[in-house]
Design a protein. Structure first.
Length: 318
């Protein structure tokens, strides 16, 4: 995933070498493990490759995979970075990407930075178009309450975000065809891709990606027009998300209900109040608070009663 993960020397491959090596790795892996490696598509006219990305199910035994890499393929180097294992084979970098949803991850990784560009639109709706599915991060202010899986149906998600899933399935021959696909999106706006409109981490990452920078140059050639303007209040899009993906509404309401209950609980029982009621400080206060939280009948009382009942009980237990 990028071609620069290894310390040993690797090279780029032309198209014929690349596809021969891909077939070699996939066939050996299938014979050795009885498992499948899902290949990732590039645009048709790509002339050379810096690495080979292959997706496998997260359930595959990783000891078996490591044995395959080091002993069957006799790799000179293996670098494990969470769910991405990069290794050398025949002086070329191969990346194994473990995924709990390999079919989604395979489609998500197709065609260079295509999903990264789609993801900018998802972000404007408060969604995350990620490696393991379309998700809804739920926040109240700066507090993240959780992240809801919206869908792993790739075509349905593309359609919801205003892109043509059939065009994506047919594939692309050139980078410009990928760029055209993004620009035809119902909710496309070139301004959301500008580096000045990205956070620092994303700006540094995307500035190093030739495909992304090529897309910015492509956007400079587009005729002026009125593009879609997203609402800065992303909660306005929740009703549309709930309509198309009904299960999300229930999950969202559960998170919000828990947040409201936790907030109400903290207003009735917190360190400041217990310090005031007991006079405890520092470690003594912390130990006492922990003891109370681990007492089921006490926490049940906190949920159901107000300060007038909670305070004398805390004073009696100190």
């Amino acid at each position: 995933m990028g071609g620069n993960a290894l310390s040993v020397k690797t090279r780029r491959l032309d198209t014929d070498e690349y596809f021969a090596l891909k077939t070699d790795v996939q066939s050996q892996f299938s014979r050795h493990t009885n498992e499948i490696l899902y290949s990732v598509l590039a645009y048709g006219n790509k002339e050379s490759f810096g690495d080979l990305d292959l997706v496998l199910d997260d359930s595959v035994n990783r000891e078996v995979v490591e044995n395959f890499i080091l002993h069957q393929l006799k790799s000179k180097e293996l670098v494990k970075n969470s769910d991405v294992w990069s290794f050398e084979y025949k002086e070329f970098q191969v990346d194994f990407v473990f995924s709990p949803v390999p079919h989604w991850t395979q489609e998500w990784m197709h065609y260079n930075d295509c999903s990264n560009l789609v993801g900018r639109v998802a972000h404007k709706f408060g969604l995350k178009f990620g490696q393991h599915g379309l998700t809804l991060p739920v926040r109240v202010g700066d507090q993240k309450l959780g992240e809801i899986l919206v869908s792993t149906n790739f075509s349905k998600c593309l359609n919801f975000l205003g892109f043509d899933p059939e065009a994506h399935a047919e594939g692309f021959n050139t980078l410009d065809e990928i760029y055209d696909f993004i620009a035809r999106g119902e909710f496309f706006n070139p301004d959301i891709y500008l580096l000045d409109n990205r956070n620092a981490k994303a700006r540094m990452r995307d500035a190093k990606r030739p495909t992304y920078m090529g897309f910015l140059k492509y956007c400079e050639t587009l005729p002026p027009k009125q593009y879609f303007l997203s609402n800065p209040d992303k909660t306005v899009y929740l009703k549309d998300i709930f309509r198309v993906f009904p299960h999300v509404k229930d999950a969202y309401e559960k998170l919000m209900s828990k947040h409201d209950a936790d907030k109400a609980l903290k207003e009735k029982f917190n360190g400041e109040l217990v310090r005031e009621w007991t006079g405890f400080e520092g470690k003594e206060l912390g130990a006492f608070m922990a003891k109370l939280r681990e007492t089921p009948w006490f926490m049940s009382m906190v949920v159901n009663e107000d300060h007038s009942v909670i305070k004398p009980v805390v004073e009696a237990l100190k």
